[in-house]
Design a protein around this ligand. Structure first.
Ligand SMILES: [Ca+2]
Length: 486
């Protein structure tokens, strides 16, 4: 009789994808890595090498349509950890910490018997590197951290390490994997600082791609054709802090922006160093025979424009900003799976809990996202999958070029509403116009489409409590200056 008890316990704990043992989980979150800069991706430059990410895609699943609900570091990170939209978790910018009492999904995994570790960039608020709820082991740093010689807070004690941030974090992660108690499944949440702007490669990769051919996007040129139908703010942004016509005279603005080609090479070289470190981690899983029982998920926290519409950076609702890389390899996922359904950062928490065979307690804050584990396993989801996503971004005092933006995106259409300034909105047909060059918002034939998407966007945000305008005291260094138009 006694021997049955553990079995009964396990069966009740792991109902959906019951297996003998819940898998280990490694969730890797990188920073500012855009969706198509992975070697295997058809839109990547052919010279970019990411063998580790290519391996994850080959041995697991590539979620080809993965998006964030807010394209900014801290709000997106909070959405991953809480499974909630920004209007629910209330981390609306990069300046402020998570409200007290916020529940992070690793807390639920701890209750389900997981051993948990956080290693890397937390960045919700700039000043606090102290351990947060949900993790038995904690390695982090304040705010954005530094690419070189980081000071790490390891379980409450600070220590400075010599070297490149991504190398050091990977070593920390591997050391924890070696030292952890082995009688529990584990969650390793590894948040790289790489490849956050300003992109800074490891010295060993600093000139790796110099002189390679850069695929400049068609919407990069400052031509009448490119801006004929776009809102005015789009063209204006190219002359401000996150626009490419702001870059060449960077030093005069006390602004570290390099020229565009250098930015592009630095980005790719930093990605290569990140990939090398992910490769180290995957090799460690192989050597310690953990590969078979470990779900590895790789994701970026937001996208990044590389010249599209005259932009660099993120924040807007164009594709390059809202799409992210997302890969998953592990038990039950067939090699070479490609998932076309739209998934979001708010889906990570429910997905990882379901993979662990557990869920949030009934009294825990509700997730806005839903689990895509059935998609990963090639199964039909229990109810039809979503046919659209919502997007929200709130204007920041220190980066004023990007207005408050609300958007709804289906497989084919995107409606973009900007709030609080005198301009037009956006409507794009992603099927005939994947690069969003032709704003249809003023074309009579599309008025009905625009009105219906606008109504749906405001209805759903309203019902969710998302029609809020958080007005906070200005914080951070202001980047208000613009260049003269050339
Ligand atoms: Ca970021």
């Amino acid at each position: 009789m006694r021997s049955l008890l553990p079995w009964l316990f396990a069966a009740s704990l792991f109902p959906a994808f019951a297996s003998a043992n819940p898998p280990n989980i490694i969730f890797i979150l990188s920073d500012d890595h855009r969706y198509d800069l992975m070697g295997f991706h058809p839109d990547a430059p052919e010279w970019l090498e990411t063998p580790a990410l290519d391996r994850l895609a080959k041995e697991g699943a590539h979620l080809a349509n993965a998006f964030v609900s807010t394209s900014l570091c801290s709000p997106s990170r909070a959405s991953v950890l809480t499974g909630q939209y920004m209007h629910h978790h209330r981390v609306v910018d990069n300046q402020r910490p998570v409200p007290k009492g916020t529940v992070f999904f690793p807390q639920h995994l701890q209750k389900a018997g997981y051993r948990t570790a956080y290693v890397g960039k937390w960045h919700m608020g700039h000043d606090n590197d102290e351990p947060r709820p949900g993790f038995h082991h904690w390695v982090s740093f304040k705010g954005q951290g530094t690419y070189f010689d980081p000071e790490l807070n390891i379980n409450g004690r600070r220590q400075t390490f010599k070297g490149y941030n991504a190398d050091i974090l990977t070593t920390q992660a591997i050391e924890w994997l070696e030292d952890r108690p082995t009688d529990q499944p584990f969650l390793l949440y590894l948040g790289y600082k790489a490849v956050h702007y300003p992109f800074t490669p490891a010295p060993r990769h600093a000139t790796r791609y110099e002189g390679k051919k850069i695929p400049y996007p068609a919407t990069m040129a400052n031509t009448e054709e490119n801006y004929a139908t776009q809102p005015r703010w789009v063209r204006e942004r190219r002359f401000g802090i996150h626009g490419i016509d702001h870059m060449q005279t960077g030093p005069l603005d006390h602004d570290p922006v390099p020229d565009f080609d250098e930015l592009y090479y630095n980005f790719c070289e930093t990605i290569h160093g990140l990939d090398e470190n992910i490769g180290r981690l995957l090799a460690h899983l192989d050597q310690s025979e953990l590969t078979k029982d470990t779900l590895v998920v790789y994701m970026g926290d937001n996208g990044f424009a590389l010249g599209e519409h005259g932009f660099y950076d993120k924040r807007d609702a164009f594709e390059e900003s809202i799409r992210v890389p997302l890969l998953a390899r592990g038990p039950g996922i067939k090699p070479g799976t490609v998932i076309e359904e739209m998934v979001q950062n708010i889906d990570i928490a429910p997905t990882l809990l379901e993979a662990a065979g557990t869920k949030a307690p009934a009294n825990a804050p509700k997730f806005d996202g839903r689990s895509f584990l059935s998609l990963l396993k090639g199964l039909k989801p229990p109810t039809p999958w979503r046919d659209h996503i919502l997007y929200e971004y709130h204007w920041e005092w220190n980066f004023p070029a990007q207005p408050t933006t609300l958007a709804i995106r289906t497989d084919r259409w995107k409606y973009v509403y900007t709030h609080g300034h005198w301009d037009i909105n956006g409507l794009y047909d992603l099927e005939s116009d994947p690069h969003e060059r032709h704003n249809l918002i003023r074309v009579p034939a599309f008025q009905e489409k625009a009105a219906s998407l606008r109504a749906q966007l405001f209805k759903e945000l309203g019902e969710s409590g998302g029609l809020i305008m958080p007005i906070r005291p200005p914080a951070g260094d202001p980047y208000h200056d613009r260049k003269l138009k050339r």
